[in-house]
Structure formats: structure tokens, C-alpha cells
Design a protein around this ligand. Structure first.
Ligand code: CP
Length: 318
């Protein structure tokens, strides 16, 4: 691994390597270990052009637990507001000897553009680009599923809500397919679930919660991504909750031991009821905890891949 931009074209063995490496950072209580020296002397720059609570904080914690120096660039107060281009910002941060950029951007493809432009030896991690991909979120979700369900064989997973605007759903579908889940079901209203595109990903499409949740092992809820919607097409929150909001009554259709996940931020009473979000089957906050170890894994593997590529006699490169 040299950059981590999407899961789409990665092999099953590489995804399993990431999950196994993450597991090596987790203590018996399931929390990430305190500190290892794998990125000592390296500088990680968090470059978030869109807001974030979980991803940015867990990347920062992960980098610190790998002993890296971390720079969080405050984009709102940076010289981009004075007209500096993305490329010039990048060149200046490279001049500060950055070894890794963790990039979130509202435009799909921005981290790929940056990965093409950086100096050889510098790694780029996609922390969410437009509607396109959120690969580390998908990997921490896979880690959570493997932790609670033991693996992916025979597993039925439902992803519910605003699939159309969700980079998370897209990355999750690719990861679940690569890791060998039995069935991925996408559930949502026709306006938020593009059927032809979804079916081309090899998933089952449902517009009814009772039918879609029947006997699933994992339920993943998605937020209405209002910031990516034309206001004229905003669904009514009350109507959305009535039809697709997960409450205990609808959850009864899933298997009795089904887990409930959500990438966050959650909107209570819109896509999920508090009785479920805070209930015994919710692993939503555990996902956040596992995110630290998974991001430690991705960052350490990317730095090690970059080092190998600078010295091709060592190690494998993806
Ligand atoms: N899941 C996720 O990406 O959350 P943040 O937007 O808070 O980073």
C-alpha cells in the first residue's frame, strides 16, 4: 500500500491484512493501544476541506499513537481563503517535509488528484471525497462486523437510507463484496436509491423495510446527506422516519442477534430512533473506537509501502 484512496480495486488479502494489522493494535478491551514508534520522525498533515468530528479526530489520535508529528491545517483560516490553489497549498506543506496527507474534500476525486501531484515518497489517504468514497470508514465498519460476527461468510448486511449521496455506502458495498459477504441489501426510497447503479454493484435493492431487513445479521443506517441535495428534493423528515427510520418495531424483522451500525453523525428521529441508537444492539460508538486502530493500520502500511517503493529491494508494494 502506498496511498489509500478507495477499496474498489483492492484484493481480499490486502483488506484482510489491514484488518489483521488493526487487530494487532487493539488491546483486549477493544481500545487502541497507547503508543508505538512506527511513524516516529514522520509528519502527517490533516487536510480537511469539509467538516468532520470522527474521521479527523481519530486520524489525529491514530497518528499520535504511531508517534508521528501531526499538523491539522485549519482550512477556513488558511491562505486558500486568499485565493491560494490546492496545488500551491500542497507544495507549501510539502516544503514543511510532510510525509502523509489525510484528505477530505467535497469534490469526488480530489485525493486522487493530490496523490498524482505529491512528491514520490509522500502518502495520501482519502478521508472522504464528495459522494465517491470513504475507504477508511468502510474498513472500520468491516473491522466492526468481523469483531461481532466472526467473519463475512454467510452474512446478510442491509444498508439503509440515503444511498444516492453516500460515499460510505459505496465503499461499504465494495468492501463487503471483496470480503465475501453472502448478500448486501440496499434499502431506501426510489429517489435516494439509484436502482440500476446499485444493481450493477451486485446488490439486492429493496424499497420496503420489513422485506429488506428480514433475517439480516447487520443493519447499517445512513444519514440524509442534505448538504449534497438540491433543497427542492429534500424529503420530509417525518415521512422518511415513518417509512425508513429504524425503531425497535422495524428492527424486529432482522435476526435477533443483528447488530446496528451507523457511520455518524446520527440524526435522531430522522433515520434512527434513540431507542435503537442507544439500545443493546447498537455498536455505533464501538465503530468510532475501532476507527483509531484501523487508521493506525492504514497509515503504517502506507508509510511502509512508500519506504519500500523508495527502496524497491525491500518488501512488496501494492
Ligand atoms: N463518519 C464520518 O465520516 O464522520 P465525520 O464526518 O464526523 O468524520
Amino acid at each position: 500500500l502506498r496511498h489509500f484512496l478507495s477499496v474498489e480495486h483492492l484484493s481480499r488479502s490486502l483488506l484482510e491484512d489491514i484488518l489483521d494489522t488493526a487487530a494487532s493494535f487493539v488491546d483486549v478491551g477493544g481500545r487502541a493501544i497507547k503508543k508505538v514508534p512506527l511513524l516516529r520522525g514522520k509528519t502527517v498533515v490533516n487536510l480537511f476541506f469539509e467538516s468532520s468530528t470522527r474521521t479527523r479526530s481519530t486520524f489525529e489520535l491514530a497518528a499520535k499513537r504511531l508517534s508521528a508529528d501531526v499538523l491539522n491545517l485549519d482550512i477556513a483560516k488558511s491562505a486558500t481563503s486568499k485565493g491560494e490553489t490546492l496545488l500551491d497549498t500542497l507544495r507549501n506543506l510539502e516544503a514543511m517535509a510532510a510525509d502523509m496527507f489525510v484528505v477530505r474534500h467535497q469534490d469526488s476525486g480530489a485525493p486522487f488528484f493530490i496523490a498524482n501531484e505529491v512528491t514520490p515518497g509522500v502518502a495520501v489517504i482519502n478521508a472522504g471525497d464528495g459522494r465517491h468514497a470513504h475507504p477508511t470508514q468502510a474498513m472500520l465498519d468491516m473491522y466492526t462486523i468481523r469483531h461481532y460476527k466472526g467473519g463475512f461468510a454467510g452474512l446478510r448486511v442491509a444498508i439503509v437510507g440515503d444511498v444516492l449521496h453516500s460515499r460510505v455506502a459505496r465503499s461499504q458495498v465494495h468492501a463487503l463484496n471483496i470480503l465475501g459477504a453472502e448478500e448486501v441489501r440496499l434499502i431506501g426510497p426510489r429517489t435516494l436509491l439509484p436502482v440500476a447503479a446499485a444493481e450493477s454493484l451486485g446488490v439486492t435493492v429493496c424499497h420496503d423495510m420489513a422485506q429488506g431487513l428480514k433475517d439480516v445479521d447487520v443493519v447499517i443506517m445512513l444519514r440524509l446527506q442534505k448538504e449534497r441535495m438540491d433543497s427542492a428534493f429534500l424529503p420530509s423528515e417525518a415521512e422518511f422516519f415513518r417509512l425508513y427510520g429504524l425503531n425497535n418495531e422495524k428492527l424486529r424483522h432482522a435476526k435477533p442477534d443483528a447488530i446496528v451500525m451507523h457511520p455518524g453523525p446520527i440524526n435522531r428521529g430522522v433515520e434512527i430512533a434513540s431507542e435503537v441508537a442507544d439500545g443493546p444492539r447498537s455498536v455505533i460508538l464501538n465503530q468510532v473506537t475501532f476507527g483509531i486502530a484501523v487508521r493506525m493500520a492504514v497509515m503504517s502500511m502506507a508509510i511502509s509501502g512508500q519506504e519500500s517503493s523508495q527502496n524497491p529491494e525491500q518488501g512488496d508494494q501494492h
